[in-house]
Write a protein that binds this ligand. Structure first.
Ligand code: C2E
Ligand code: CA
Ligand code: CA
Ligand code: CA
Length: 279
């Protein structure tokens, strides 16, 4: 559908499968989603595995489509990534998070840093760091309240540009996390070559803990290695108590997953944060 002209009227034929049909309309509709006000963010807490204290949250995009209802980011982000649309969506997320931090600060809420997911194309845009700095300035946000989650796909691009961008982000005080660590390219070169702060271990390594011996070995070695390199570790997708117990025992720094909380709306997040601080 990507290669079809703007005015081409696509007719549904039985030979087209429903998936490509949906992709075509999704792509068209993502363009409208921003100004139709169909996008919003949820926040998923990250907690200290030692104390259970909420140390931050990850902003996750949500799309409420007028006909289809909720479309998951796993479905529409890859479509958006095929064009510059991902940059528009990405900029919307940056401004939305900064505005939210601004609103929270104004109502006297003591903040925790918020993590933003950044796609490779967006990170490599020549004005990416300017966009971040501009959003921080407009909403008087200290960049130390922002964390950025990138994937290894970003790191295999032209290393000069990536390095320059990451160095600038670090210089202004932004914390850098490497998302989905363990799947994809997973080259140890990346964590040596770039000045990262946090490794997020992919959920697929957490799922079968603590029963599967291979994963136990991988996780405990990863944590030791990360700590040896001065990196913090986040375990993603922690759903069960015995996974948590194992990760605590291994001194994993942070936990994110349904066991503690699903991604929730901004006001629900603040309620949870206040409750958490009273404990
Ligand atoms: P991700 O960055 O790896 O985000 C973690 C995903 O795991 C989220 O799915 C989250 O809801 C889910 N999750 C968290 N804890 C658990 C758990 O205990 N069990 C299970 N089964 N799942 C858990 P979500 O929100 O559907 O997002 C999927 C992906 O879409 C994200 O994966 C990220 O790659 C992308 N995405 C989401 N928001 C944004 C955004 O604002 N910008 C960009 N570029 N990508 C985004
Ligand atoms: Ca992420
Ligand atoms: Ca992830
Ligand atoms: Ca993932």
């Amino acid at each position: 559908a990507k290669h079809m002209g703007k005015n081409t009227h696509q007719i549904y034929t039985p030979s087209m499968n429903i998936t490509s049909h949906k992709v075509y309309y999704l792509e068209k509709d993502i363009r409208k989603a921003i100004y139709r006000d169909e996008l919003f963010l949820e926040y998923q807490p990250k907690v200290s595995s030692k104390t259970g204290e909420i140390m931050g949250a990850e902003a996750l995009i949500r799309w409420e489509h007028s006909e289809w209802g909720r479309v998951s980011p796993g479905e529409f982000i890859p479509i958006a990534e095929e064009s510059d649309l991902i940059c528009e969506i990405g900029n919307w997320v940056i401004y939305q998070v900064c505005q939210q931090l601004h609103d929270w600060k104004r109502s006297g809420i003591d903040l925790v840093p918020i993590s933003i997911n950044v796609s490779p194309k967006q990170l490599l845009k020549e004005n990416f760091t300017q966009t971040i700095m501009e959003a921080c300035k407009i909403y008087s946000i200290d960049p130390t309240s922002l964390h950025i989650e990138i994937t290894e796909t970003s790191l295999i691009q032209s290393s000069i540009v990536v390095n320059e961008t990451l160095t600038t982000l670090k210089d202004i005080g932004i914390t850098l996390s490497l998302d989905d660590f363990g799947i994809g390219y997973s080259s140890l070169t990346h964590i040596r070559q770039f000045d990262l702060d946090v490794l997020k271990i992919d959920k697929s390594f957490i799922n079968n803990l603590p029963d599967q011996q291979e994963d136990v070995t991988i996780i405990s070695s990863l944590i030791t290695m990360a700590h040896g390199l001065g990196l913090k570790i986040v375990a993603e997708g922690v759903e069960k108590q015995d996974q948590l117990s194992f990760l605590q025992q291994q001194e994993c720094d942070y936990i994110q997953g349904y066991l503690f909380s699903k991604p929730i709306l901004a006001n629900e997040f603040i309620t949870l944060l206040n409750k958490n601080r009273l404990q």
